[in-house]
Design a protein around this ligand. Structure first.
Ligand code: NAG
Ligand code: NAG
Ligand code: NAG
Ligand code: NAG
Ligand code: NAG
Length: 885
C-alpha cells in the first residue's frame, strides 16, 4: 500500500488533468439530451451456454442462402458448391438430402485467369434459391464467375433439367448486393450483374424482360440491394390495384440535400407486378418504377444513418398493414453503429403518391408543374381500364415520357415516430428478423432478432416504443458475420447462417432464468414465473398463476426469493481483499452494506473500491471486519445475492506488507477468475507457497517496475495534455459539429448521473475480442494513442499463454486459521487489473509496454476507464468531422 502513496502526487496531477478535460468539455457543451437510445443487452450468453440449440456444418462454407418451408418442415440451404434440405425441427439430424454443385475445374481455371480470388470467389456460391412451383425450386449460383441457374425437383432433391444461363439473373460476384423474388413463375431480381454493367432491377421471365432506364435519367446509381418483397395489394382492392414489388437498397445520391458530406442514400423502390413496358416509349423498361429516400436519423445528434444493411417486412392482415423494419449503418466503415428504423406501409404509399423530383439546371428540384394522367408510376387500376387502358402498353406517350424523367419522389419516407426504434453504438447489426408475441398482459409485443457482423444475435423487445435488449447470444465461436437469418413461428426457432455453419436457436429459453427475479427482470414476453421455474407461457394452457411484468420488470416476486451465497473470509490486516459479487445482469448495479449500513463513498481514501466484479477492500483494517451484503439492484429493486463474513486479523508475525497479493512482481501472473458464478475454489484457495531465493532479483525487478511506472505516468500526463488540447480545439469547431458534440457528451453526462461511475464501460459489450474492442474504442484522432497506450484484451478471463508469472519473493506460510478459509479472494490478479465488463467476462486493461504491473495501477483503472468511455463517445463525434469536408 505504501506503493500507492509514493506516487500520489503524480496521481493527483493525473486526476486534475482528467478533471480539467472533463470540465472543459462540460463548459463547452451545456445542453442536455432528450433521450438515450443506446441500449445495453441485459445478459450475455456465450456459445457454450446456448440452450436447446442445434448446429449444422456440412462440407461447404458460406451458408448464405436460406429458404424456409414451414409446412414441409424443411429448411433449404445454399452453401458454397452444395445445397441441403434440413429438418426444421432439428437441423442437426443427419441429412441425406444434399446436392453437390461445384464449379467445374475448367470454369475455375478461367476464373483464376480473370484474376479472381481462388480462395473465395472462384467457387459456385448459391445466390438464389426459391420455390418455383408446387414441385420445383429454382436455384442460381455464381459458378466461378459464370452464373448458372437450374430447376430442382423438390421431392427427390435433384436437378430436374439442364442448366440455364444465369447471366441476367444472378451476379457474377458472390459479394455483390443482390435480391430476387419468384412470383407466379415470374422472376424479379436486382443487382449489378456483371463487372462493368450498371445496377438494374429486372424481370427476367416471362418475356419480355424488363429493365430500369439508363438515359436520359439514370434510375439507379451504383445501387447495393439488400432485399425485396411482394405486397399483394390486389387482394381485396377496391380500385382493382395491382400487386407491387418493393426493392430496398443504398445508392449514390443524385439529389442534393441537408447532409452534404454523405454520398449515399437508402431507398425503397417499387414496380407493379403486371408491368409490360411501354409501346414506343419505355419499350422493355418499367413504366411503373418509382423510388424514394428512406430516412433513419437521430435528429438531436444530427446522426443520419444512410446505409441500409437489411430489411424485414412484417406482413400484416393485409398488404396495407405491413410494417417495414430496416437495419441501418453509417457511411464510414470505421465507425461501428447501427440504427433500426420502422416504417409504416401507409407512409411509403403516401410518398409515392406525392410530388416528384425533376432535374432542373442539373439539380434535382421538386416538380411543381402539371402531372399527366394517368398518374405516372401508378399501376393499372379499374379506373384506367374504364378509360380503355388495359395494360402499360396502352399508356399515352406523355405519361411514359414523364415517368422516364421522374423516377424519384420529392418527399422522404420518415420512420414511425420520426426516429429510430433503436440506436446502438459499437455494434454493427447486419441481419434482422421480427416476430410478434402475445404476452400475459394481453399486449402483443414486437420482438426483434438482430444478427451482428461478429456472429452474435441480439433479442430485443419493443416496450411502448422503447427497446429492451433481453439478451445477446454468441452464435459462433469464431467471429464472423451473420450471413443469413430466417425465423420459424411454427418451430419457434431462428436459423442463422454464417461462413462456417448454421445454428438453430429457440426464440426464447426461459429455463435460463433460475429465480423469480431473473425471470421477471428479463422482461421477456415469452417467459413467466410459475412459482417454481421460469416457463414458456405459450406452452401453458393455465396461465393465471404465471408472473410476468414486461412493462416495468418489477412486479410479482416475493422478498428475496433468490438464492443467496454465503462466504467467509479471514484476512490479514493491510491486505487487499476482493469480495466477489458477480451480477448476471448487465443492467444490474451492485449495492453493498456492512453490518446493515450502506457502504458509501468509494473514493480513493475510503478504503473501498467497488467494481462490476465485486468489492475491493484496500489495505484491510480491523474495523472493516463484519457482515458484508452484496445486492444486485435492477429496475430499482434490490436483490441480495452475496453474504460475506469478513474477519481482519492483526498478526504480529506477519507484516502487513509486502503481501502476496500486493507484490508488484506477482502482478502479471494470469490468475483467471471464473467467468461463471464464482466457485468455492476460486474464492477460498489459499495463496500458494512461494519458491525461496528470488528475493534479490525481485527487488531489482521492482525497481525497474517503479522506474517504468513513473515513465508511464509521465506519458499518461502527456497524452492527457494532448487530449485537453484536442478538446479545446474541438470547441472551436463548426457550429454543426459543435451541436452534435454537445449532445453526444451530454449523453455521457446523463448516463453517468444515472449509473454509478463504476459502470462506465457498460456499453462496450463484453464479447469483443481484443482487436475489435480496440477498434471500437479508437477514433482517428485518438487512434494512435489508444493503440500504443492501452488496449482491451480478450475478456474471457483468459490470458495469453506466453506470459509466465515472474518469480515471487519468499513468504512464510501463514498458520492455518481454524474454521476459516484464509483467502482474500484476490489471488495475485488484482494489480494486473482484470476487470469484468458487462457482467460476464474479465477484461484486462494493461499498458502496452508494461510487463510487470504496478500495484498502484488498479487505483486508477477507473480513470483509465473513463478515458476509454470518453473515447467511445467521441467516436460518434467523428461524424461532423467528416461531414465538414
Ligand atoms: C438435435 O439433434 C442432435 C443429434 O441428433 C441432438 O444431439 C440435439 O440434442 C438435438 N437438438 C435439439 C434442440 O433437439
Ligand atoms: C490458389 O492460388 C494459390 C496461389 O495463387 C495456390 O497456391 C493455390 O494452390 C490455389 N488454390 C486452388 C484451390 O487452386
Ligand atoms: C414446375 O416447373 C417445372 C419446370 O418448369 C415443370 O417441369 C413442372 O412440370 C412444373 N410443375 C407443375 C406442377 O406445374
Ligand atoms: C381493353 O379490354 C377490353 C375488354 O377486355 C376491350 O374491350 C378493349 O378493347 C381493350 N382496350 C384496348 C385499348 O386494348
Ligand atoms: C465465404 O467464407 C469465407 C470464410 O470461410 C470468407 O472469407 C468469404 O468472404 C465468404 N464469402 C462470401 C461471399 O461471403
Amino acid at each position: 500500500m505504501g506503493d500507492h502513496r509514493s506516487v500520489q502526487p503524480l496521481l493527483v496531477m493525473l486526476l486534475l488533468l482528467m478533471l480539467l478535460t472533463r470540465l472543459s468539455q462540460l463548459w463547452a457543451f451545456p445542453f442536455s439530451p432528450s433521450l438515450e437510445l443506446d441500449v445495453t443487452p441485459r445478459t450475455t450468453i456465450f456459445s457454450k451456454g446456448l440452450l436447446g440449440s442445434a448446429r449444422f456444418t456440412g462440407s461447404s462454407q458460406n451458408y448464405s442462402t436460406l429458404l424456409l418451408e414451414e409446412e414441409a418442415g424443411l429448411l433449404y440451404v445454399g452453401g458454397r458448391g452444395t445445397l441441403y434440405a434440413l429438418s426444421t425441427a432439428n437441423i442437426s439430424t443427419p441429412v441425406n438430402l444434399k446436392i453437390d454443385w461445384e464449379a467445374s475445374p475448367e470454369q475455375r481455371k478461367q476464373c483464376l485467369n480473370k484474376g479472381r480470388n481462388n480462395q473465395t470467389e472462384c467457387y459456385n456460391h448459391i445466390r438464389f434459391l426459391q420455390r418455383y412451383n408446387e414441385t420445383h425450386l429454382y436455384v442460381c449460383g455464381t459458378n466461378a464467375f459464370r452464373p448458372l441457374c437450374a430447376y430442382i425437383d423438390a421431392e427427390r432433391f435433384n436437378f430436374s433439367s439442364g442448366f440455364e444461363e444465369g447471366r441476367d439473373r444472378c451476379p457474377y460476384d458472390p459479394a455483390k448486393g443482390y435480391t430476387g423474388l419468384l412470383v407466379d413463375g415470374e422472376m424479379f431480381t436486382a443487382s449489378q450483374y456483371e463487372f462493368r454493367s450498371s445496377t438494374d432491377i429486372r424481370r427476367n421471365f416471362p418475356f419480355p424482360t424488363l429493365r430500369t432506364e439508363e438515359a436520359p435519367t439514370r434510375w439507379l446509381l451504383e445501387a447495393d440491394f439488400v432485399g425485396s418483397v411482394l405486397l399483394k395489394e390486389s387482394v381485396n382492392s377496391s380500385i382493382g390495384d395491382d400487386d407491387k414489388i418493393y426493392f430496398f437498397f443504398t445508392e449514390r445520391s443524385q439529389e442534393q440535400f441537408a447532409y452534404p458530406s454523405q454520398t449515399k442514400v437508402s431507398r425503397v423502390a417499387r414496380v407493379c407486378k403486371t408491368d409490360w413496358g411501354g409501346q414506343r416509349t419505355l419499350q422493355k423498361k418499367w413504366t411503373t418504377f418509382l423510388k424514394a429516400r428512406m430516412v433513419c436519423s437521430v435528429p438531436e445528434y444530427e446522426l443520419h444513418f444512410n446505409i441500409l444493411r437489411d430489411v424485414f417486412v412484417l406482413q400484416g392482415q393485409n398488404a396495407q398493414s405491413s410494417i417495414f423494419f430496416g437495419v441501418f449503418g453509417l457511411e464510414w466503415k470505421n465507425i461501428k453503429a447501427s440504427a433500426i428504423c420502422q416504417y409504416a406501409f401507409s407512409d411509403i404509399h403516401k410518398v409515392f403518391e406525392g410530388p416528384y423530383l425533376e432535374v432542373q439546371e442539373s439539380k434535382w428540384r421538386e416538380y411543381t408543374g402539371k402531372v399527366p394522367e394517368p398518374r405516372p408510376g401508378s399501376c393499372i387500376t379499374d379506373l384506367h381500364r374504364s378509360q380503355g387502358i388495359n395494360s402499360s402498353r396502352d399508356l399515352p406517350d406523355n405519361v411514359l415520357t414523364f415517368a422516364r424523367r421522374h423516377p424519384l419522389m420529392a418527399n422522404q419516407v420518415q420512420p414511425v415516430g420520426m426516429r429510430p426504434l433503436m440506436f446502438k453504438r459499437s455494434v454493427n447489426y447486419v441481419k434482422i428478423a421480427v416476430h410478434k408475441e402475445p404476452a400475459l398482459d394481453g399486449n402483443i409485443y414486437t420482438v426483434l432478432f438482430l444478427g451482428t457482423d461478429d456472429g452474435w444475435l441480439h433479442r430485443a423487445v419493443d416496450i411502448d416504443g422503447e427497446m429492451h435488449i433481453i439478451e445477446e447470444l454468441q452464435m459462433f465461436d469464431k467471429q464472423q458475420p451473420i450471413e443469413s437469418m430466417v425465423i420459424s413461428s411454427a418451430q419457434r426457432s431462428i436459423y442463422v447462417g454464417s461462413h462456417s455453419g448454421l445454428v438453430q436457436v429457440p426464440m426464447s429459453t426461459c429455463q435460463r432464468y433460475t429465480s423469480c427475479y431473473n425471470c421477471v427482470f428479463a422482461r421477456d414476453p415469452f417467459c413467466g414465473w410459475d412459482g417454481r421455474v421460469c416457463v414458456e407461457i405459450s406452452l401453458r394452457a393455465q396461465r393465471s398463476n404465471l408472473t410476468q411484468d414486461i412493462r416495468r420488470g418489477i412486479r410479482g416476486c416475493k422478498e428475496n426469493s433468490g438464492n443467496v451465497i454465503h462466504r467467509r473470509r479471514a484476512v490479514m490486516s493491510g491486505d487487499d481483499v476482493l469480495l466477489q459479487c458477480e451480477l448476471r445482469s448487465n443492467l444490474a448495479t451492485p449495492r453493498w452494506t456492512l453490518n446493515g449500513k450502506e457502504l458509501q463513498g468509494y473514493g480513493l481514501n475510503s478504503g473501498y473500491r467497488i467494481g462490476t466484479d465485486g468489492l475491493l477492500i484496500i489495505g484491510a483494517r480491523t474495523q472493516q471486519s463484519g457482515l458484508y451484503r452484496c445486492f444486485a439492484v435492477e429496475n430499482s429493486v434490490s436483490v441480495l445475492v452475496y453474504l460475506y463474513t469478513v474477519k481482519v486479523h492483526t498478526d504480529p508475525y506477519f507484516p502487513a506488507e509486502p503481501t502476496v497479493t500486493t507484490n508488484p512482481t506477482m502482478s502479471s501472473s494470469p490468475t483467471v477468475f471464473s467467468t461463471s458464478s464464482p466457485t468455492e475454489e476460486s474464492l477460498s484457495s489459499p495463496p500458494a507457497p512461494l519458491p525461496p531465493g528470488a528475493e534479490f532479483q525481485t527487488y531489482r525487478h521492482m525497481e525497474a517496475v517503479y522506474i517504468s511506472l513513473v515513465a508511464i505516468l509521465g506519458g499518461l500526463c502527456l497524452v492527457l495534455t494532448v487530449v485537453l488540447l484536442y478538446v479545446s480545439f474541438c470547441t472551436r469547431r463548426a457550429a454543426q459539429s459543435r451541436k452534435f458534440s454537445q449532445q453526444g457528451l451530454q449523453v455521457l453526462g446523463a448516463s453517468e448521473r444515472k449509473r454509478s461511475s463504476h459502470f462506465e464501460l457498460k456499453t462496450i459489450s463484453s464479447h469483443y475480442n481484443g482487436r475489435q474492442g480496440r477498434r471500437s474504442i479508437s477514433v482517428p484522432t485518438f487512434g494512435d494513442i489508444s493503440d500504443s497506450f492501452f488496449q482491451i484484451v480478450p475478456g474471457d478471463g483468459q490470458m495469453s499463454p506466453d506470459k509466465t508469472p515472474p518469480p515471487a519473493p519468499p513468504l512464510p506460510m501463514p498458520p492455518p486459521l481454524p474454521n476459516m478459509d484464509y483467502a482474500n479472494g484476490l489471488s495475485a490478479t488484482l494489480p494486473s487489473v482484470l476487470r469484468k465488463m458487462n457482467g460476464n467476462s474479465y477484461v484486462l486493461l494493461r499498458q502496452a509496454d508494461a510487463e510487470g504491473m504496478s500495484p498502484l495501477y488498479h487505483s486508477f483503472t477507473e480513470e483509465l476507464n473513463r478515458i476509454l468511455e470518453k473515447r467511445k463517445h467521441t467516436q460518434l463525434d467523428l461524424q461532423p468531422d467528416e461531414s465538414s469536408i
